[in-house]
Ligand binder design. Structure first.
Ligand code: GDP
Length: 195
């Protein structure tokens, strides 16, 4: 089984632990304890082969080879590293994002400062992480739409600028969470010879 390392980064309180918990156990805890250092959860999922999704983004699937390859499935073990958002742990982050295939940068759509902090993370990754690292920008707490203070369009535009995938999620009601992680899995190139 192919295994993939995913790291969650972003301010404390944006919902990183909650997203991992929702995805892995389908639970939500309204009063979670903050993560110390980093914690780790894993789950295997089965996704279709879609090797061309990386380059063909937004251009549909007119290619018949792509359609054919979608018939096949592969199982991927997602190893999800949830890092602590506190400043004092920040220097540990490279340990987690180095060697990761994907980084999910999370902000809270009701807290503009968390979106600013996310941009610091994005720049740090741009300068220090592998250019192969897949970037996902995640606006979490979509269930709190009435309190939204960062427009979806602002998040999307920033993601486009960074060459990142944009998603909105709610760890509370589960919206978008499964799709976010399976979207990451689908974009991971298959191991040679696996197809
Ligand atoms: P972390 O510090 O980034 O890991 O954030 P946590 O996962 O600990 O979440 C911080 C707080 O926000 C907790 O009280 C969670 O219950 C709450 N929370 C997390 N995700 C959501 C969400 O999608 N919607 C709402 N309403 N609350 C959330």
């Amino acid at each position: 089984e192919q295994s993939v390392k995913i790291v969650l980064l972003g301010d404390s309180g944006v919902g990183k632990s909650s997203l991992a918990l929702r995805f892995v156990t389908n639970e939500f805890r309204p009063y979670s304890e903050s993560t110390i250092g980093a914690s780790f959860m894993s789950k295997s999922i089965t996704v279709p082969f879609s090797p061309s999704v990386r380059n063909d983004e937004g251009q549909g699937t007119s290619d018949s080879k792509t359609l054919e390859s979608r018939q096949h499935q592969r199982t991927i073990g997602l190893k999800i590293w949830d890092t602590a958002g506190q400043e004092k742990y920040r220097s540990l982050a490279p340990m987690y994002y180095r060697g990761a295939e994907a980084a999910i940068l999370v902000y809270d759509i009701t807290v503009p400062a968390s979106f600013v902090a996310l941009q610091d993370w994005a720049l740090e990754l741009q300068h220090n992480a592998s250019p192969e690292l897949m970037l996902v920008i995640c606006g979490n707490k979509s269930d709190l739409g009435e309190c939204r203070r960062v427009d979806r369009g602002v998040g999307e535009a920033y993601a486009r600028e960074m060459g990142a995938v944009y998603v909105e999620t709610s760890a509370k009601d589960g919206q978008g969470v499964e799709d976010m992680f399976s979207g990451v899995a689908m974009r991971i190139p298959p191991l040679l010879g696996q197809e």
